[in-house]
Ligand binder design. Structure first.
Ligand code: AKB
Length: 318
């Protein structure tokens, strides 16, 4: 990767990935692609090039690829699982009509492409514990259907045209910088905001519901390390399971209580989020990612909690 385009650079992953890639590849070599209404601000805007880049506009993507001699695209444009369920056509349009535009430009210009998949690509028939890399994927949400399609379409371009497509199945991502919006796993981020603000947290996911989660620094390393690894080492290309921790609401609550003993939590279960969570794995098996490209997370629930509380306190309380 020499010149990189991030589509969706102002979103939860994009805002941090863009800055991290700029620190590795140089500010001028990483273009922040955004849509109107989600303009970059602050250091994201000031530290490097930024271009309007709607994922469904193939001509715009191609113009940017030519102008900056792009050879790698991180395609992060997507609606998260809960929003997608209320706007299925838009979820498909952004996720799949957009993806094929990106893949076509990549095919014509020889770019690598990274497009995230998710634990939401699994469904109730997938084995729930230690969900294997290659197993049944029959999700019941439009989000999951579009993520399985993302994996298949990316594999198709790889086999048919030799386009270098790669991806991971992200778990719920937790970050103190940009909050997620409209996902099933958002509670695991929101709970820290309540804890730092001294508010009682109302949890929308029932006690005992396990899901895979990951701290953002590990997620960024996964996206970058997979794209940097020698192609010859890979047997899978799209949809690598990656894991670092799996917990249920009471466990994250207790992890926070260790540092904030006064913190309180109650439950008000959201039926849609709960249905999604119930249909997703409790914990996935990431052996293939570890073996094929050396995936190794660095944070667990306790070290993430310490870091989140410290950094979020600084950000919110000064
Ligand atoms: C969501 O909850 O929609 C996402 C995901 C796990 O893909 N965070």
């Amino acid at each position: 990767m020499k010149n990189i385009l991030i589509i969706g650079a102002t979103g939860q992953i994009g805002s941090e990935l863009t800055m991290k890639l700029r620190s590795i590849y140089g500010n001028a070599h990483v273009v922040a692609g955004y849509i109107r209404g989600a303009e970059p601000k602050g250091e994201l805007l000031e530290s490097g090039p930024a271009e309007i880049c709607d994922v469904t506009d193939g001509d715009a993507i191609e113009r940017i690829v030519r102008r900056y001699r792009i050879d790698a695209i991180y395609n992060l444009a997507a609606l998260l699982s809960v929003v997608a369920e209320s706007k299925p056509l838009m979820a498909w349009h952004i996720g799949i009509d957009g993806l094929i535009k990106v893949l076509e430009v990549a095919r014509q210009h020889g770019c690598m492409v990274f497009t995230p998949s998710s634990i939401g690509s699994f469904g109730p028939e997938s084995p729930a514990d230690g969900t294997p890399q290659d197993t049944i994927q029959r999700p019941r949400t439009i989000y999951g259907v579009s993520k399985v399609t993302t994996e298949l379409l990316s594999d198709y371009y790889h086999r048919k045209y030799g386009t270098d497509t790669r991806s991971v199945r992200f778990p719920g991502l937790i970050s103190y910088k940009t909050p997620p919006g409209g996902g099933t796993t958002d509670y695991a981020c929101d709970i820290y905001y309540s804890a730092v603000r001294g508010e009682k947290f109302i949890c929308p996911i029932a006690a005992g519901t396990y899901m895979d989660m990951m701290y953002m620094p590990d997620a960024l390393n996964a996206a970058i390390n997979l794209m940097e690894v020698d192609h010859a080492r890979l047997k899978h290309y799209n949809g690598f399971n990656i894991a670092s921790m799996s917990f249920e609401p009471t466990q994250i609550f207790e992890a926070i209580r260790k540092y904030k003993p006064e913190f309180q939590m109650d439950f008000d279960v959201d039926p849609l989020k709960q249905a999604n969570a119930d249909s997703w794995p409790n914990s996935i098996d990431d052996t293939c990612a570890r073996e094929e490209w050396g995936w190794k997370p660095t944070f667990n629930l306790d070290s993430m909690t310490q870091d989140m509380l410290t950094r979020l306190s600084k950000r919110l309380l000064g």
